[in-house]
Design a protein around this ligand. Structure first.
Ligand code: H2B
Length: 96
């Protein structure tokens, strides 16, 4: 792994800036749910996230049902949560 996971203390500190995201212990990542007015808005958001993800070479685990989007960010190369997830979460929040 080229990148190391955050320590518990680093994770707590990082999540202070991401109040809408919660740590998912089982998946070793951070998760947030988004709700939009309809499917087109949800999918437009996903398109924007996809562009950010491709630019960062860091990709979300996610799902969409109609107007809702669930995102989980974890770093496979680190085996857990890393700085890359925090950076992408902040970029995603900035879209909203
Ligand atoms: N996305 C995520 N979420 N975790 C990774 O470890 C990761 C990735 N690794 N996107 C990247 C791609 C890596 O596989 C490529 C080769 O850079």
């Amino acid at each position: 792994a080229a990148i190391s996971p955050l320590s518990e203390a680093e994770r707590s500190a990082a999540l202070q800036d991401l109040p809408q995201w919660t740590y998912d212990k089982d998946n070793k990542g951070i998760a947030r749910s988004f709700a939009f007015g309809n499917f087109v808005e949800a999918f437009g958001f996903m398109s924007s996230v996809a562009l950010l993800a491709e630019k960062a070479d860091h990709h979300p685990e996610w799902s969409n049902v109609y107007n809702r989007v669930e995102i989980l960010l974890t770093t496979h190369d680190a085996g857990g949560l890393s700085e890359r997830d925090i950076a992408l979460a902040k970029q995603i929040d900035a879209l909203i």
